[in-house]
Design a protein around this ligand. Sequence first.
Ligand SMILES: [Zn+2]
Length: 387
Amino acid sequence: MDALLLHGGEVYDPEAAGAGGHGALRRADVLLVDGRVAAVGEALSLPEGTRAVDCAGLLVTPGLVDLHAHVFVGQDLGVDPDVVGPPSGTTTFVDTGSAGAHLFGAFRRGTIDRAGTRVRAFLNISSIGATSILLAGELENLAYANEDVCLAGAREHADRVIGIKVRASGNVVGRSGAEPMHRARRVADTLGLPLMVHLGPAPPGSDEIMATLRKGDVLTHCYTGFEDNRLSVGGRVRESVLEARERGVVFDVAHGMSAFDAEVATEMLAAGFRPDTISSDVHAYSLDAVGDLPTVMSKFLALGMELEEVLACATLKPALHAGMAADGVGTLRVGAPADVAAFELVAGPVAYADTRGGTFEGSRRLRTALTVRAGVIVHEALKEGRQ
Ligand SMILES: [Zn+2]
């Protein structure tokens, strides 16, 4: 029996939260046995040979679930999930369209099936995937946005594909306009899977994008600052956006290299429009801007969100929207995969930058102290004197 006890931490259990996300934090031990959560509580009875890790003063949470990332190793954008995951407390990445149907086999064999970190994916409507974000858009040539090819790819890899992705913005679609988005919509509907649409410069315009999105679909890059397509104008969130939220459309951060405008975020948060999920959009070109997922989460602490809500946005909520929460991902439910992270909440002034030259200040930040994936410690940066 392989048993690990995370002892004496401040445990964040998202499923223990009441209305408003409160009540989910309590002092407790977390016992992990044979790759599963065995118990959360106090004075637990321990199997013989249990290794204990002192987590006093640390925030112990489900392993983070990053709903928007690019982890197709060897592809232009891709970063290695086993390199960026463990030091960031991230145990699950959802790759968002790095691969289309014609490359998914390579992505699967080279990365998904090999990585220790859990990887699931939105399949790009373009068969070539987000092959080169710097040279040309994958949807400029509509021939690549072939619905039958995308359907076949999604069906072949149904155990790994959780939705369909379309980068519906002018810098990706060129003259194809909204057509790729409508094709992606039809494929997602045929499969019964969510559609993730990225927001950038028009076309398509945000109202047309909102009209395309339904309950469970994801609008990613929600705090983007492209002037012709931002989701709030003059302090008011667009009507089409409010209606979409009402319908159950999911609004995801996806910070990335150009998609996080602190002014837009501040304005929308002040209007009460908080994100459903906080994701990094980490990739080879965004690493410097993103840092890691806990840094992106810390930015939302700085912008005034409460700790428990920020944690929910990177654990249970993305797992729910990615269809993985039923298996316990993003939770500390008994029987859930033993994916756990521990963070230090470091007090002190911290300066943040957005992706458009803006800066703002925070007073605390999350620093990853420990990452456990499937019951195995994959990152350990505990203070001396622990254990
Ligand atoms: Zn992305």
